[in-house]
Design a protein around this ligand. Sequence first.
Ligand code: TYC
Length: 109
Amino acid sequence: MSHEEDNQDEGGLGVKVISKTTPKTQKPAMYKVLLLNDDFTPQEFVVWLLQTIFKKKPEDAFMIMLHVHQNDVGICGVYTYEVAETKVAQVMDLARRNQHPLQCTMEKE
Ligand code: TYC
């Protein structure tokens, strides 16, 4: 990826410089955090997780939970690798500590 910069003739010498620069920044890869349905995890627990870990508003948390319940999988959010990894670990840890079989995973966008 490159773009051209047409520099100004600031010195007034009638010379213009066209330089080719390559932007040094790249957008980070993004990862979807996915929640999987099961028959045992209480709906209220999933809604609470979505509000607590994914900072969803109560109405949005309920809609995401319902989507997963009806479609077997749903997106909780999209984050950079480290953030997605942390959220998955937090969900899995809370599910395990509360003895729920809830599964959470991540997938490159
Ligand atoms: N299917 C669960 C129930 O009826 C609720 C549930 C929703 C579980 C979303 C997991 O990711 C999930 N109790």
